[in-house]
Design a protein around this ligand. Structure first.
Ligand SMILES: Cc1ncc(COP(=O)(O)O)c(C=O)c1O
Length: 351
């Protein structure tokens, strides 16, 4: 038995829960001032030993990533844009004053790890192996300042279909009280503190009966930024897809970038611009906006059926999933699972 997961080693159990079932191995490497990154290895998954004064535990000097490995119908395994993901990891590292990793080694480590734990890549419809690269500051140091020592590690675990109960729209709540990130802050870095800070607001939205929070910019409280932990898109008249331009406080999503490239090949127009929430609400009310959806690695595309703002609710497309969200979801997932060709060179095969 795997002491960390309580499941038999060497295979993906039939029933697992996302985020709490882990595959057997992990990649680790260490950084110190003398040797830089060193001691890169793949070893059995085990608990970390950390000094209780490790800076990550006090000042959250931490970054992480999320990407997936997909089981093809021929039994092979695809990674989706691991290079873009490694680039974002290093951008987050630079913002958090952490040492960048060799992106080539990082991607190779993912490939080797997934290959070794290939039995953990589920083959059920819509399932995948979730990959979580992480870096933490390990120096015992209570004085505030960048650490000298770091641990870079990668763990993986199976993820079931996001839409086990159907490709159904979610409801979102426009928060005027809380902000996710501010321009000049760390919103465009994938660092743990952003997510810890969002928990209170997500719980608040849940208490009001909504699935996700729609985040506005922190300076004017006027421009749309993201939805939950996803980027957001608005479809005009079934053909123009508008998404907020990257502002410095929006996480540059890899799914967002992929949809911006994919959509024009499916005859949709795309636009990145500043989107005023009042204009969005007016355009939903007048029927100009025909669909709204979030996008990210976890869900790929997540239709939004209802937006609530200042005690009023606005229903989109009769609360149903629309054709643009469906088409983009089907096409992007078909590329990820190797069902159709990948003209973008996004897929990296693990063989
Ligand atoms: C805050 C936030 N926005 C957007 C995204 C979507 O990014 P991606 O498409 O790279 O998963 C994520 C997920 O990582 C996120 O955490």
């Amino acid at each position: 038995m795997n002491p960390l997961t309580d499941v038999d080693r060497g295979q993906c159990p039939e029933h697992f829960s996302f985020g709490t079932s882990f595959a057997d191995h992990m990649f680790t490497q260490k950084f110190n001032q003398e040797f830089g990154w060193h001691k890169a290895e793949i070893r059995p998954l085990e608990e970390l030993r950390l000094h209780p004064g490790a800076s990550v535990l006090h000042y959250s000097q931490e970054i992480f990533e999320g990407l997936k490995a997909y089981r093809r119908t021929d039994g092979g395994i695809n990674l989706f844009r691991p290079d873009a993901n490694a680039t974002r990891f290093n951008r987050s590292a630079a913002r958090m004053v952490m040492p960048e990793v060799d992106a080539g080694l990082h991607v190779e480590a993912i490939k080797e790890l997934v290959s070794l734990d290939r039995a953990w890549v589920p083959s059920g419809d819509g399932s995948s192996l979730y990959i979580r690269p992480t870096m933490i500051a390990t120096s015992p140091k209570l004085g505030l300042g960048a650490a000298n020592n770091y641990l870079h590690y990668i763990i993986t675990g199976p993820a079931g279909p996001y839409y086990a109960e159907g490709f159904n729209p979610v409801s979102v709540y426009v928060s005027h009280e809380f902000r996710r990130a501010v321009k000049g802050g760390v919103g465009e870095a994938k660092t743990g503190g952003n997510y810890a800070a969002s928990l209170f607001c997500s719980e608040d939205a849940a208490k009001r009966g909504f699935t996700q929070v729609l985040w506005l910019d922190a300076i004017e409280g006027r421009f749309v930024e993201e939805v939950g932990a996803m980027n957001i898109c608005f479809v005009y008249d079934g053909k123009l897809i508008k998404t907020p331009a990257l502002s410095g406080s929006i996480l540059p999503g890899i799914t967002r970038d992929s949809l911006l490239q994919l959509a024009p090949t499916l005859d949709y127009e795309v636009e990145e611009s500043k989107l005023d929430i009042q204009q969005i609400i007016d355009d939903i009310s007048s029927g100009k906006i025909t669909e709204v959806f979030g996008c990210g690695t976890a869900a790929v595309v997540s239709p939004v059926g209802k937006i609530a703002m200042k005690d009023k609710e606005y229903v989109i497309n009769g609360g149903k999933t629309g054709p643009v969200a469906s088409k983009l979801f089907e096409t992007l997932t078909a590329i990820q699972y190797g069902v159709i060709d990948d003209p973008f060179n996004w897929i990296v095969s693990v063989d």
